[in-house]
Design a protein around this ligand. Structure first.
Ligand code: NDP
Ligand code: GDR
Length: 361
């Protein structure tokens, strides 16, 4: 019998990589997608199977982490062997604008799934993965951060995820559920959301190179992050559910770069060179011709910032035999390559326009 997985957040970056990975492993994959006024399944359209075809191994259900009736119904119908809870309002800056919703979806949403598993009597059958985050460390108490480092969340997002982390631990201890937290540090890819800093940079610099955009506006240039590739990290999500005993793991590369380093690396990939001037809100970056192409805009500063994150993945290496495959340089190169392709398509449309075609043909 093929194993059955249920992925919440299947339309997101990690959901798309994980669905593909599990299908290749022979799983039947079910996913929960939200109703939206426009199609929101771009990242998984390559996996779509027509509902009229029998024996599908990829099935989508409408749902939302804020609706427990919906979650109970889906889990009852799917009877999953493994649940991957990846759904979340995942943007740290936006969580300051929508704190209550973020708590509801990211915090209580996790409880709703755990309760659904319990209400349906699936505690012995269903294994549960919670997408925890390095944002839990926030104002860091120790460097590098590992599984035992104390938490100090610095945003409504991180506080909601703190609840989700502990409720996962509590259900493991209270009810013997196989439930794990993956404490994942930032991981990126060509399908990363466009408003996270890495994708914002690779997309904007590609467009600036082709004359489609003038300037890239950023917030805290000194922020330090431990950036890995999503494809490497989702493998760990699966591995964590294949062990004898459920445990929590930090997943990171153990290497740290600043936002400015990321801009420099992306620019290098595009054959551009940036010269930096000024500090703080006055910092600018100019290209070889002296044109300002990067500027700091305080609107991207956060009310409370996480200045530095660096993970120690030793436990994952020792217990799960995991090491990240993709280097920082390769990650940046892949993201730039894909964004440049997409900018080239936009350039074509801009140059030739739709007027070249007769809409009435
Ligand atoms: P994305 O933002 O790309 O994807 C989030 C997914 O959650 C989307 O499918 C989104 O749907 C869905 N979603 C949001 N709100 C709800 C809701 N109320 N009900 C149901 N679905 C919802 O995130 P990532 O793929 O990058 O991250 C996956 C998870 O891992 C998230 O929980 C994130 O917080 C966490 N994480 C991510 C890290 C990273 O660096 N990427 C690091 C550590 C943790 P829609 O497409 O409709 O918006
Ligand atoms: P983060 O990712 O907050 O770490 O959360 P993000 O890419 O948004 O920010 C990283 C750092 O860059 C600084 N920054 C900017 N960020 C954005 N988005 N836009 C800007 O213009 C900008 N300029 C500077 C930020 O201040 C920050 O310090 C991500 C999400 O995927 C979370 O869901 C996940 O839990 C954590 O990573 C680990």
């Amino acid at each position: 019998m093929n194993k059955i997985a249920l992925i919440t957040g299947i339309t997101g970056q990690d959901g798309a990589y994980l669905a593909d990975f599990l299908l290749k492993k022979g799983y039947v994959v079910h996913g929960i997608k939200r109703r939206a006024s426009l199609f929101n399944t771009d990242r998984i359209d390559n996996l779509y199977q027509d509902p009229h075809v029998s024996n599908r191994n990829f099935v989508l259900h409408y749902g939302d982490l804020t609706d427990s009736t919906n979650l109970i119904r889906i889990i009852q119908k799917v009877q999953p062997d493994e649940v991957y809870n990846l759904a979340a309002m995942s943007h740290v800056a936006v969580s300051f604008d929508t704190p209550e919703y973020t708590a509801n979806a990211d915090g209580i949403g996790t409880l709703r799934i755990l309760e659904a598993i319990r209400i349906l009597g699936l505690e012995k059958k269903t294994r549960f993965y919670q997408a925890s985050t390095s944002e839990l460390f926030g104002l860091v108490q120790e460097t590098p951060q590992k599984e035992t480092t104390p938490f100090y969340p610095r945003s409504p997002y991180a506080v909601a995820k703190l609840y989700a982390y502990w409720i996962t631990v509590n259900y493991r201890e209270a009810y013997g559920l196989y439930a794990c937290n993956g404490i994942l540090f930032n991981h990126e890819s060509p399908v990363r959301g466009e408003t996270f800093v890495t994708r914002k940079i690779t997309r904007a610099l590609s467009r600036i190179k082709l004359g489609l955009q003038d300037c890239l506006y950023l917030g805290n240039m000194d922020s330090l992050r431990d950036w890995g590739h999503a494809a490497d990290y989702i493998e760990m999500q699966w591995l964590m559910l294949q062990q004898e005993q459920p445990e929590d793991f930090v997943i990171a590369t153990g290497v740290q770069y600043s936002v400015r380093d990321f801009v420099n690396a992306a620019a290098k990939e595009l054959g551009m060179q940036i010269t930096w001037q000024g500090k703080g809100i006055d910092e600018t970056g100019t290209d070889r011709s002296g044109r300002i192409i990067v500027k700091v805009d305080p609107r991207y500063f956060r009310p409370t910032e996480v200045e530095t994150l660096l993970g120690d993945p030793t436990k994952a290496k020792e217990k799960l035999g995991w090491t990240p495959k993709t280097s920082f340089e390769d990650l940046v190169a892949e993201m730039v390559r894909e964004d440049l392709k997409s900018a080239e398509r936009d350039e074509l449309v801009k140059k030739h326009g739709f007027a070249a075609y007769d809409y009435h043909e």
